[in-house]
Design a protein around this ligand. Structure first.
Ligand code: NOJ
Length: 550
């Protein structure tokens, strides 16, 4: 097995991690200061969301220079020190490659927009207006509004899958691809342990750009439905692998929604372009199609089980699964999977049990190890997240009241995952001595790293214990996966088996006790449970139990 298959990865959102300058936003030195904290969690790889120079319209996912550090985070010297100090602790740093689009302040775009003949003129996706002057197509950007913005200087529209400040790069141009591979290789040479590859499904555009059937009152159709996974995309991805990854002991995990099971083998594994794929079937249960916050679909535990089991099956013989229940774009998992629960601690621990015992590499998200919750701010103006505004406006246009539109933001806003880390109970939770860029969650006096460190039953110590068990129980990394109690509507259960042992994991998602057949755990001992005094044959509300024979 490769090192990254056995490790635990941590997604770190630098802007909200630790500020060492009193500026209200996190710094690279802040990450260096907390390397011991990450080690205490058994972390072997830290994925940093983008730290490159950026105007921060989308918190770094709008890059102005792919090989420079944003001054708010520090300097390249700080970054080199982070690579070196992390390595001493057995932690590899993973860089976020944002290659579908750049910032509109990137010198490539600033040149491209000048006219139609300069050397960068073909680096982005430019099209003429329709005869009536309107946008070339009726595509809606993922953050809302048209996916096209008019550029006066050039007299053309440019395409942006996300915000207007994030113009899409033209991957059909070999010069663009070469420049991007060069940037990625810059980070390999500096010591990157791997790459998380952003929004990669959008890089190949269709040959013909045409209007789609409107899916909303605005007369537009989501750009996702018109451009995601366009045939031919794999040629680019395999080229990326050859030019950047081959021959290096690094891993890649691509953010790629909507790749079908048949196609998977070309995307991951022996003949695939990447090592792992973040796909969202288990986390976008509310959205059968495009993610539209005001139109959530109902889902049940059976849907969640099906999505997780399918992913386990799909990566059984080929590829490897990155397990995750939170990231910087998603609600906190307690609120997401157990809205209104009376047992938030149990919920946090249950999700941790799944994260560390399903087959694959766990990706723990900043704050998840402390049991963080969603924020529910009383006005849309208090939010920072660009997509929250887009979704709110869309909901209002669809006829929802202010209150109802705000409720959707409470459930899905990305800001819930981005509030500052809560290190202790001092003002601003020890995150900054200045004013934090985003309000600290008001539960910080109890829900913080110092308090949880001191409490043996805390969520933080649960994650530490899970990491230790995982390290010492080979079957949890190497074993096969088989679902148990598949028909149950309340329990998600499975076993992990290998020549070296067996483990059984039982989790009760309901708020009622549920019986299970004790023969399932024959010959095994309880290794961990989130409800003190586990009673054989019964799972208490939200109980999670791990049995193992090692
Ligand atoms: C996916 C990233 O995770 C998200 O935060 C970002 O806004 C978009 N891609 C655009 O880069």
């Amino acid at each position: 097995m490769k090192w990254w298959q056995k490790t635990i990865a941590y997604e770190l959102y630098p802007k909200s991690f630790l500020d060492t300058k009193g500026q209200g936003t996190g710094t690279i030195r802040g990450i260096i200061e907390k390397l011991d904290y990450l080690s205490s969690l058994g972390i072997g790889a830290v994925w940093l969301t983008p730290v490159c120079r950026s105007p921060m319209v989308d918190n770094g996912y709008d890059i102005a220079d792919y090989t420079d550090i944003d001054p708010s985070y520090g300097t390249m010297e700080d970054m080199d020190e982070l690579f070196a100090k992390a390595k001493e602790k057995g932690i590899r740093i993973v860089i976020d490659l944002v290659f579908n689009h750049s910032s509109d302040q990137n010198p490539w775009f600033l040149a491209s927009k000048q006219d139609r003949t300069n050397p960068y003129s073909d680096w982005y996706i430019w099209r003429d207006a329709k005869e009536d002057g309107s946008a070339p197509t009726n595509w809606r950007g993922i953050f809302g509004g048209s996916a096209w913005t008019w550029c006066e200087e050039r007299g053309q529209y440019y395409l942006h899958t996300f915000a207007a400040q994030q113009p899409d790069l033209n991957w059909a141009n070999p010069d663009v691809r070469r420049a991007l591979y060069k940037a990625a290789n810059f980070w390999v040479e500096r010591g990157a342990g791997g790459f998380r590859v952003d929004a990669i499904t959008y890089i190949r555009k269709p040959d013909v750009f045409a209007d789609g059937t409107p899916d909303g009152e605005d007369g537009m159709v989501s750009v996702h439905d018109m451009t995601a996974n366009t045939p031919g995309i794999l040629d680019y991805l395999h080229e990326f692998k050859r030019e950047v990854c081959d021959g290096h002991d690094i891993f890649t995990v691509a953010e790629a929604n909507g790749v079908s099971a048949d196609e998977l083998k070309y995307w991951v594994g022996k003949d695939g372009a990447f090592d792992m794929l973040f796909e969202f079937s288990h986390i976008n249960l509310e959205f059968k199609g495009v993610e539209t916050w005001c139109r959530p679909d109902p889902w049940t535990l059976k849907d969640l089980k099906r999505a997780l089991v399918n992913s386990q099956e799909a990566t059984k013989d080929n590829g490897w699964y990155p397990v995750f229940f939170e990231n910087h774009d998603k609600p906190r998992c307690i609120d997401h999977f157990f809205p209104h629960t009376e047992y938030p601690d149990r919920a946090a621990k249950l999700m941790g049990m799944l994260l560390y015992t399903l087959r694959g590499t766990p990706f723990l998200y900043q704050g998840q190890e402390l049991g963080y919750r969603n924020v529910k701010w009383p006005s849309i103006d208090l939010y920072n997240d660009i997509s929250s505004y887009g979704q709110y406006d869309f909901a209002r246009r669809e006829g929802l009241s202010e209150e109802k539109a705000l409720e959707c933001v409470h459930v899905f806003s990305r800001d819930s995952a981005r509030t500052p880390m809560q290190w202790d109970d001092s003002p601003y939770a020890g995150f900054t001595s200045g004013t934090p860029w985003l309000p600290v969650h008001d539960d910080y006096q109890t829900q913080n790293a110092a308090a949880e460190d001191a409490d043996p039953d805390s969520v933080l110590n649960w994650y530490r214990r899970l990491a230790e068990i995982r390290r010492n129980t080979e079957v949890l990394t190497e074993g096969d996966f088989q679902e148990l109690m598949a028909e149950s509507e309340t329990v998600f259960a499975y076993q992990r088996t290998s020549g070296n042992g067996k483990a059984v994991i039982l989790t009760n998602f309901s708020s009622e006790p549920v019986k299970y057949d004790v023969s399932l755990r024959e010959g095994m001992q309880v290794r961990l449970t989130n409800v003190p005094g586990h009673e054989e044959g019964i799972l208490q509300p939200l109980e999670a139990v791990l049995y193992a024979d090692e």
